[in-house]
Design a protein around this ligand. Structure first.
Ligand code: TXA
Ligand code: MG
Length: 329
């Protein structure tokens, strides 16, 4: 299904054409500040069905609806709870996805039949320009095959989805590199359903205590937040920093946080951030994993990073990538 190539257009100059493809029921992959999304007109159930086909995504895994402007939320869903409104006001545009009641205009396929809908306004000007030009809300999951590594470059989308997508807008590497944080604040106190690019610390500073339910015990909270996800084809193992230096496998690859360890015989090494900057590490995470996956190594050994800020989301993704292999799937 991924044979053939999609049309790749630069974001500069390509937006009008991509928007008309969306309006005609086509699929457009586009950069957001987090990862590339695979977009379709969220009001068009047939177009949205093509997303599930292209991604080979199970129908129980709902999509995020993207808006051009925070002011468009009220127009789509009507009144939203005060705590949701406050978060939207504070963090949109940005890497925060909020849960609201599904409006009647949004067909149930977008939400996998749920009566709730995930929605966000991306902090990437070209993404907002695309959605505004299309004139419709845009349903978009990450633009990768289900369960595989997320795409942070147009090349990742082309390699993973091929001609299953009509147009890829190329805006270069994405800034955050890791998906949005998903929060359900309908009940007042925010419940974090997926750790992501907006750090918990920023949420807490803005609105006080939050509850984290990442479903790490294997009970997914966000329906698609399965234990096994975000996985390279190569088996991946997560280790503490000290442990990784002992590694000696000849054909193994290392995903290091700050530096290449002195010992060890690695076939390939990727260093996320020599300065130890977690934001930089997040931006490089999936790109580094894509490269290690293509390097022909027998195993990827990945160092955990400090469990603070966006580091929590990095460790979450590494844990899920490893879980695929622990579960034999
Ligand atoms: O950064 C992002 O969020 C990227 C860009 C493209 O916006 N999108 C993204 O989409 O990561 P996706 O489909 O890969 O992940 C969406 C997650 C899934 O885990 C899904 O289960 C959850 O959002 N989700 C969607 N609707 C939901 C709902 N109504 N309630 C709870 N979780 C929901
Ligand atoms: Mg995804």
């Amino acid at each position: 299904m991924s044979t053939g190539s999609p049309r790749v257009l630069p974001v500069e100059g390509g937006i009008a054409e991509a928007a008309s493809v969306l309006r005609a029921g086509g699929l457009v992959a586009f950069p957001t500040e987090t990862v590339y999304g695979l977009g379709a007109d969220a009001l068009d159930a047939r177009a949205v069905a093509r997303i599930f086909e292209a991604k080979q995504r199970p129908s129980f895994d709902p999509l995020i609806t993207h808006l051009a402007d925070a002011a468009d939320l009220a127009g789509l869903v009507g009144r939203v709870p005060a705590a949701v409104e406050a978060l939207a006001e504070r963090f949109w545009p940005g890497p925060l996805t909020l849960i609201v009641d599904r409006p009647a205009a949004i067909p149930p396929i977008v939400t996998s039949g749920l009566e709730t809908m995930a929605v966000r306004v991306p902090d990437e000007p070209s993404a907002r320009a695309l959605i505004a030009a299309a004139g419709v809300p845009v349903a978009a999951p990450s633009a990768n095959r289900f369960g595989q590594l997320s795409p942070t470059r147009a090349e990742h989308v082309v390699a993973g989805l091929g001609a299953a997508v009509d147009v890829v807008l190329d805006g270069g590497p994405t800034r955050c590199g890791i998906e949005s944080t998903i929060v359900d604040a309908r009940g007042g106190r925010p419940v974090v359903l997926r750790l992501g690019a907006l750090p918990l610390e920023a949420l807490v500073e803005a609105v006080g205590p939050v509850t984290v339910r990442p479903g790490s015990s294997g009970q997914p909270v966000a329906p698609g937040t399965l234990a096994a996800h975000y996985a390279p084809r190569t088996p991946l193992r997560v280790v503490g920093a000290a442990e990784s230096a002992v590694g000696d496998g000849g054909r193994r690859g290392l995903l290091a946080f700050r530096e290449r360890p002195a010992g060890g015989d690695w076939a390939a090494v990727e260093v996320l951030s020599p300065a130890g900057d977690l934001t930089v590490a997040a931006a490089r995470l999936f790109d580094a994993l894509h490269r290690l996956d293509a390097a022909g190594v027998t195993e990827i050994v990945a160092e955990r990073v400090p469990d603070i800020g966006v580091g929590r989301a990095i460790n979450d993704r590494l844990g899920r990538a490893a879980a695929t292999w622990h579960q034999g799937g």
